[in-house]
Design a protein around this ligand. Structure first.
Ligand SMILES: Cc1cc2nc3c(=O)[nH]c(=O)nc-3n(C[C@H](O)[C@H](O)[C@H](O)COP(=O)(O)OP(=O)(O)OC[C@H]3O[C@@H](n4cnc5c(N)ncnc54)[C@H](O)[C@@H]3O)c2cc1C
Length: 337
């Protein structure tokens, strides 16, 4: 395994922005991973593990440590457990499991990035979160320099949240053990899917997991920018979760404000609605960065954009939302500097 110096990180992220990694390596085996971690420990360097770079914003100054690009691959099914290497491309896995008739993954179609990153922010879309599919996460614990299997409950999954976000840098995910369910039912409760399958629902036609995957791929292609073409990391912010009381107060000013029920008397507010209808910022531009015309939660970086410009536009949006609604919004994309 070779460790390179001063490698530009921009091509390793979907934002296509960012400075250099002081040191950089790609690891394709457990042995290479240990070698890389030992290298960083000897030099007391911080480590940043990346997969597809679709949920990070690298600062213009870059990362003054060792960046490890995770390339450990492999898919093995044993009984009802599917063990998948962290470096596998997530959507290739979804396409594969749908083709083999396993239930539960189809709603998470078309999400960019790698398998190893999915537990980190507990990816979710169209009414499904990846934690519903995870039995355990196989990781390398850089504190104890040993391998661990972290069961679903230990991973402390929440809305775009997990243990891996709170113990940053401690665990390097090597693989994920998914539950392989040959029997199950589809979930098309989410508004866009219900609408897509309106006729089939009326006619009581059979809807397969393949149909659901195709629907999700097609809805997403319509709503989200193509990250292969545009600089973006998808939704830049999390949807805020507020108390029922705070929601009822907001409703007095914005009677149409939508919400989704959450546990503990809370509700989740679609932030895209606030940005669009309350703050009216769709299409707003700052330098070489703009708010995506079709979805205000998404920021687009054009050629020449800097991380600084993204951060400034994000700050503006946070301030608008705070001023209009009193809500403090949180980033979904991780800022690396
Ligand atoms: C167009 C677009 C649409 C998107 N839609 C969705 C969506 O619908 N739902 C959703 O939840 N997300 C969505 N995302 C965000 C993103 O795709 C996911 O968060 C994805 O899981 C990130 O994977 P990655 O491999 O690119 O991770 P990276 O961006 O490389 O890393 C993300 C984080 O995970 C850590 N990490 C990565 N690999 C490992 C590992 N092996 N071990 C330990 N830590 C690791 C990194 O250090 C970093 O903290 C979207 C992004 C884009 C660009």
């Amino acid at each position: 395994m070779s460790i390179q110096k001063q490698v530009s990180l921009a091509p390793y992220t979907t934002f296509k922005i960012g400075g250099n990694a002081h040191f950089f390596c790609a690891v394709a085996s457990k042995e290479e991973l240990i070698e890389a971690v030992q290298f960083a420990k000897q030099k007391t360097l911080p480590i940043l593990v990346i997969g597809g770079g679709s949920n990070i914003l690298i600062s213009d100054k870059g990362f003054d440590g060792l960046v490890i690009k995770m390339n450990i691959k492999g898919i093995i099914q044993k009984d009802n457990i599917l063990s998948v290497g962290a470096g596998e491309v997530w959507d290739d896995l979804v396409a594969y499991v749908v083709s083999t008739g396993l239930y539960g993954f189809e709603n998470l179609s078309s999400i960019p990035g790698t398998v190893g990153a999915t537990p980190v922010q507990n990816i979710g879309a169209y009414g499904t979160e990846v934690c519903q599919l995870i039995k355990s996460v196989h990781a390398f614990d850089t504190t104890t320099m040993s391998y661990v299997d972290l069961s679903q409950d230990v991973c402390a999954f929440g809305y775009r949240d997990s243990l891996f976000k709170h113990q940053k840098g401690r665990y390097i995910i090597i693989g994920v053990n998914f539950i392989a369910n040959k029997n199950g039912s589809i979930n098309i409760e989410y508004k866009d899917l219900k609408e897509y399958f309106k006729k089939e629902i009326e006619n009581k036609s059979v809807i397969t997991i393949s149909n659901v995957r195709n629907a999700v791929v097609s809805i997403r292609a319509e709503k989200l920018p193509d990250w292969r073409k545009w600089g973006t990391a998808g939704s830049f912010f999390k949807n805020p979760i507020i108390s029922n009381g705070a929601y009822n107060e907001l409703k007095k000013t914005y009677p149409d404000i939508p919400c989704f029920a959450e546990p503990n008397n809370n509700v989740k507010i679609p932030l895209g609605w606030i940005l669009d209808k309350v703050c009216n910022i769709k299409g707003l531009k700052h330098g070489h960065v703009r708010v995506y015309e079709k979805q205000a939660l998404v920021l687009i970086s054009e050629p020449g954009a800097t991380a600084q410009e993204v951060a400034e536009l994000a700050r503006m949006l946070m301030d608008f939302v705070k001023e209009k609604t009193g809500i403090d919004i949180e980033g979904e994309v991780e800022w690396v500097n």
